[in-house]
Design a protein around this ligand. Structure first.
Ligand code: C2E
Ligand code: MG
Ligand code: MG
Ligand code: MG
Length: 291
């Protein structure tokens, strides 16, 4: 092909794209070493229970501290871990670490807290997921009701298989949440078959809730649907106090967002628990006096 025939767009993008690919391959190799090198750790983001003003759950979020690149976002490395299969050992490590941490907090005298752990699709299709979860709960001595697994709508494609699996997981006594609810392309029909406990409203819906009537309509639809289906609702990504009124009025059960706390280390949770709790109570106080 003559150079003149190649669209300029391609010439312009090519160096960038191939760089990206090489970098990705390198990242994949480094990712494989990272588990053995103990470069991963978990942060935890509090979820505030609106009915009680208490922090009674946290979401575990994996972090990668790369020796030279520094902090690599999970948005960047989780997809690579999924495609390379590393998500299986990494996912197991995340689950073990999160459950062990929940137990440590209990032993430190913190009130009981549920820990929510994100699952990747590859983990759902891994043969021994149910067995693995059971074993981790046994080893860490965490009561099953304090573990919540988060799945996403993209995992609901294979309804029959997933329904069976989720029922098996429910038999253990753990909770199931649907993360990023409303952002997938799936139909809602899985909601009637899946044994789900909780929906997490994605932050793209709540971001402009106080300015955009369409977002407001969608959020109130999700809240009322959840109520009828007897599901709990967590609103994600709440940054401003102005976003709260509507969610509280609509009967949202939990708030997770920078307004209350960014994801923080396990030690910060234990050391600052009272302070986090007081902050939550103070913020929510002004919404409660009308009742
Ligand atoms: P996610 O599960 O929906 O997690 C919520 C994300 O929103 C987290 O980003 C959290 O830090 C961020 N977030 C929470 N509150 C706010 C807020 O008020 N404002 C803004 N701007 N962001 C907020 P993070 O930790 O970067 O994780 C991104 C995604 O990576 C997660 O989305 C999840 O899909 C994936 N991920 C993270 N940890 C894990 C893990 O342990 N396993 C798996 N399979 N995926 C994970
Ligand atoms: Mg999540
Ligand atoms: Mg989410
Ligand atoms: Mg997400």
């Amino acid at each position: 092909r003559e150079a003149s025939q190649i669209p300029q767009r391609v010439l312009f993008y090519k160096p960038y794209m191939s760089n990206g690919l090489a970098d990705r391959l390198l990242l994949e190799q480094e990712l494989h070493k990272a588990l053995a090198n103990e470069e991963f750790y978990l942060d935890f983001q509090p979820q505030v229970n609106i009915k009680t003003d208490k922090i009674d759950s946290v979401e575990a979020l994996v972090r990668w501290r790369h020796p030279t690149r520094g902090f690599v976002s999970p948005e960047q490395f989780i997809p690579i871990a999924e495609e390379s299969g590393l998500i299986i050992p990494l996912g197991k490590w995340i689950l073990e670490t999160a459950c062990a941490q929940a137990k440590i907090w209990r032993e430190q005298g913190l009130p009981p807290m549920k820990v929510a752990v994100n699952l990747s699709i590859g983990q759902l299709f891994q043969q021994d997921l149910v067995h693995m979860v059971q074993e981790i709960l046994q080893c860490t001595k965490l009561e099953p009701k304090y573990l919540q697994l988060e799945i996403t709508e993209s995992m609901t494609m294979n309804i029959d298989q997933i329904t069976q699996l989720l029922h098996e997981l429910k038999t253990i006594g753990i909770q199931i949440a649907v993360d990023d609810f409303g952002t997938g392309y799936s139909s809602l029909s899985y909601l009637k078959d899946f044994p789900i406990d909780c929906l997490k409203i994605d932050r793209t819906f709540v971001r402009n809730i106080q300015h955009n009537p369409n977002d407001e309509a969608l959020v109130s639809m999700i809240l009322s649907m959840a109520k009828h289906l007897r599901l709990k609702v967590v609103a994600e990504g709440i940054e401003e106090v102005e976003q709260l009124a509507f969610l509280i009025d609509g009967g949202c059960d939990y708030i997770q967002g920078y307004l209350f706390s960014k994801p923080i280390s396990a030690e910060e949770i234990s050391n600052n628990f009272k302070e986090l709790h007081r902050r939550a109570r103070d913020v929510l106080k002004e919404f409660k006096y009308e009742e």
